[in-house]
Ligand binder design. Structure first.
Ligand code: CTP
Length: 406
């Protein structure tokens, strides 16, 4: 299954490092070639000799080794792989990756690589739960780094909880899944898609604006997944702190009116997905200069004007209407009923309804629970259980592929 695949394996320090020898053996059994980098910590747990024997390749350990650099420079080492696998990935190496450090061969190769990276973390449960590790994982995932594990259970340190290295079979399955997705069918080749994402900023004056808490994670994940399925994707994004998804044409806008203009400029399209949290209102008369305090205690009064509804405009755009128009419905109560009414009112084909009540953690969070409403018919509702926004994007894109296939 992995014949011809080159994997750069980075072994960092951790009591579970011994399991990686089994991972090497199984990857080799499937036909993969492996070059390994052993960190100083990793070498405390497995010997270079056992890694070299199993990979049947030289093991790289030192960034300042003249022989290594002459034979295979660290840049080439990181570029010649089809996949970089960090197993086990310690809290330390994850932190260095998140910070962009490059103070040994492993971290330098990770910073220099332009290839996909899969990490298999392992650490003590409190280290895993520490806000620093949580933030590092979120940062790495927002950059597209793939992760397998850690699992829950008894830990080597005697404590119980999340932190065990994924089993070798699970790590192999994750590697296979990566290659299957990368090399797998591209059901949306030839389809043009436009996706909106993020909030909009509506200026009050040159220095102030109205915004909302949308992070753009869901829209960006959808754009990335559509591109992976072979679609030609344009992502029209409001201001977000996210990297551009790989293989996607990104247009940055600020206001709802700019977002509509950009979406219209990218029509016709086959698929349009509106995941942006567009501001419903803008300030009617934006001040040309910064509004100053009156001095006498008088307060400024802001008058609103309604913004164009991008989803409704495109859903009702006649001959230019994309074949499939999908909207979201952010609701805090009666989710399905409100979303069904919203679908009919706006005229889109599908609505993905999600609960954005403050206790749901949806806005800005990692997870999303979705009802797909594809008609007025009750049976056409589908409830997708709470899953990551990336998983929601995958489910949606495979649903879209099925839609165009039938
Ligand atoms: N939407 C849009 N343009 C707007 C407002 C919303 O394109 N000016 C899109 C959103 O991207 C989303 C859908 O419409 O796909 C529904 O957004 P939501 O905020 O749930 O609905 P609203 O239309 O704002 O309705 P309400 O605030 O009454 O719930």
């Amino acid at each position: 299954m992995l014949t011809g695949k080159n994997i750069l394996l980075i072994i960092s320090g951790g009591i579970a490092a011994y399991k990686v020898l089994e991972v090497i053996r199984r990857l080799r059994d499937q036909g993969a070639s492996i070059r390994a980098i052993l960190t100083q910590g990793g070498a405390e747990f497995v010997t270079p000799l056992s890694v070299a024997a199993l990979t049947e390749n030289k093991v790289y350990q030192d960034i300042f080794s003249l022989t290594d650099e002459a034979e295979m420079g660290h840049i080439r080492l990181s570029r010649e792989a089809d996949l970089v696998l960090v197993a086990p990935a310690s809290a330390d190496i994850l932190a260095k990756m998140a910070a962009g450090m490059a103070n040994d061969l492993a971290t330098t190769a990770l910073l220099a690589t332009n290839k996909p990276v899969l990490v298999a973390p392992t650490m003590n449960v409190e280290m895993w739960n520490n806000p620093a590790t949580r933030a590092n994982i979120a940062t790495l995932e927002s950059r597209g780094i793939l992760r397998i594990g850690p699992a829950g259970g008894d830990l080597a340190c005697g404590e119980t909880g999340t932190g065990r290295l994924a089993e070798p079979a699970e790590i192999i399955a994750a590697v296979q899944d990566f290659f299957a997705r990368q090399d797998g069918p591209k059901p949306l080749v030839g389809k043009k898609a436009v996706v909106t994402s993020g909030p909009t900023h509506e200026p009050i004056d040159p220095v102030r604006y109205i915004a909302n808490r949308s992070s753009g994670k869901q829209g960006h994940a959808i754009a990335a997944e559509l591109a992976r399925a072979g679609a030609d994707v344009t992502l029209v994004s409001g201001p977000v702190n996210l990297p551009d998804p790989v293989g996607v044409n990104v247009v940055r806008v600020e206001t709802a009116r700019d977002m509509l203009a950009s979406v219209q400029a990218h029509m016709p399209a086959d698929i349009a997905i509106f995941a942006a949290a567009v501001a419903d209102w803008r300030i009617k008369d934006q001040a040309g200069q910064k509004i100053k305090k009156a001095g006498d205690g008088a307060l400024p009064v802001l008058q609103f004007a309604e913004n164009p509804d991008i989803l409704a405009t495109i859903s009702q755009s006649g001959p230019l209407r994309p074949a499939l128009v999908v909207g979201f419905a952010a609701e805090t109560e009666n989710v399905v009923d409100h979303a069904r009414a919203k679908r009919a009112r706006k005229g889109c084909d599908w609505i993905l309804a999600n609960n954005v009540a403050p206790d749901s953690g949806t806005f800005g969070g990692e997870d999303n629970e979705i009802h797909l409403i594809a008609g007025n018919d009750v049976q056409s509702d589908e409830l997708w259980p709470k899953q990551s926004k990336i998983a929601v994007a995958r489910t949606l894109v495979s649903r879209i592929a099925r839609h165009f296939d039938t």
